[in-house]
Design a protein around this ligand. Structure first.
Ligand code: CS2
Ligand code: MG
Length: 409
């Protein structure tokens, strides 16, 4: 079998998605997600201008060799654009291999290690009553684990809280990328956030009881000692995890946090290779690996990363917001089903419009996801519908503190 075409499809039904479609001389095609929120065109160009020409004539079954070729022949290593491009090729080749074998992809990864994949949904609210409504709606939708994000008194726009109900009137999952020609400036005040958050979890535990798994995303904004303070303050509320409590390029920073709190820690959605985790995993400074298949070099690389983590009793918590396309989500689910050290899967539902572009066949039943048993990934892209939605510039916001200093968003 030989690769005869590699097409990059950029479509923006309600947010930008970048999809790689690889076609073989036997007519089997494979899809890979290459969406990098706010930098989509960089990955599209990397694929179109520097990767697609290299794939022509290659044997699609040689997945490991193709991965190593793309990683090492570029000379320049790592980074979100490179690893998203390699991920898209990798996942498309796994899709092709599984289709050729007539099996769902997870069967090629060792088969199912569980019957379903526990998902968590994104509850949010501008105040406690709205937050409770959002939690109830997610419970009604079947979620059995809930991420909790709220506004903070004194801060105008906080990550994770939809500013207003969507057109359908529903409290829509928070889509952070804004369709504006330039990134939007938001504000932040860590001390106000630290004063406020424990009372939110006290109220949620009071209303929903001790059992419901609750998660929270700190979104990279605290110093290590502030993260330690928050982790300690949240211990009475028994969180499933506190995510991105502090920027972790300096992996050693988590040593300080770990000394002060037993709140489980999840890190890594902005990472893109195993090297970003080496200290975090070896010193057991985290409990969950947060990377997405789409941003970390694909299934081939993500499997190796999670196997390394498994040696240290660290589990998966694969990133699954709406800026991971249904193709990237399906890749995550096949991996989630097969690995032993599965933790939890983030699940932010794509909109009906996105589901017109991507015909996905994974299921969500009573809080559990399943990739399905059709051959391959189980996702098809309707190129005719996709072509109706050309790229639109959209950027993630950025933060400034009250004195105007740029801060992590
Ligand atoms: C968030 C994401 O899902 C999460 O945990 O951190 O919503 C993140 O803000 C976006 O993926 C950025 O594009
Ligand atoms: Mg996050």
């Amino acid at each position: 079998m030989k690769i005869v075409a590699a097409d990059i499809i950029v479509s923006s039904p309600d947010r930008n998605f970048v999809t790689l479609k690889i076609t073989t001389d036997e007519g089997i095609t494979g899809l890979g997600d290459a969406t990098l929120n706010g930098r989509e065109l960089s990955v599209a160009s990397y694929l179109r201008d520097h990767v697609a020409p290299l794939l022509m004539g290659r044997d699609p079954h040689r997945i490991e060799d193709t991965w190593q070729f793309l990683y090492r022949s570029a000379y320049w290593r790592r980074g979100p654009v490179t690893m998203a491009a390699i991920a898209a090729v990798d996942v498309a080749l796994w899709d092709i291999k599984a289709k050729a074998a007539g099996m769902p992809l997870y069967q090629l990864l060792g088969g199912a290690s569980r019957t379903g994949i526990m998902a968590y949904g994104h509850a949010s609210g501008r105040d406690i009553p709205e937050l409770f409504d959002s939690i109830r709606r997610h419970l009604d939708e079947g979620f059995r684990s809930i991420r909790v994000q709220t506004s903070v008194p004194g801060i105008n726009a906080v990550y994770g809280v939809a500013a207003q109900p969507s057109a359908t009137g529903q409290r829509y999952d928070y889509e952070p990328a804004q369709r504006t020609p330039l990134p939007a400036e938001e504000d932040w005040d860590t001390r106000a956030y630290l004063r406020h958050l424990p009372s939110v979890f006290e109220a949620v535990r009071g209303e929903f009881g001790p059992e419901l798994p609750l998660l929270h995303d700190g979104h990279h904004r605290m110093t290590p000692i502030q993260a330690a303070k928050l982790g300690k303050a949240l211990e009475p509320y028994d969180l499933f995890w506190l995510e991105d409590c502090t920027p972790a390029e300096n992996q050693e920073a988590l040593r300080l946090v770990r000394q002060h709190t037993t709140t489980p820690l999840a890190i890594g959605e902005v990472f893109n290779t195993v090297w970003d985790y080496q200290t975090l995993i070896r010193e057991q400074l985290i409990d969950y690996v947060r990377s997405a298949v789409t941003h970390t070099g694909g299934i081939t690389a993500m499997r190796k990363l999670l196997d390394f983590a498994a040696q240290y009793q660290i589990k998966s918590g694969i990133h699954g917001p709406t800026d991971i396309s249904p193709v990237g989500m399906a890749a995550a689910l096949h991996l989630d089903l097969a690995i032993h050290n599965f933790g939890i899967q983030e699940y932010m539902k794509h909109t009906p419009l996105a589901n017109e572009v991507f015909r996905q066949s994974f299921t969500f039943t009573d809080g559990y996801l399943h990739p399905g048993d059709q051959p391959g990934l189980g996702v098809e892209l309707d190129e005719e519908v996709a072509a109706r939605f050309p790229y639109e510039p959209a950027y993630l916001p950025f933060n400034r503190l009250k004195d105007g200093t740029i801060h992590d968003w």
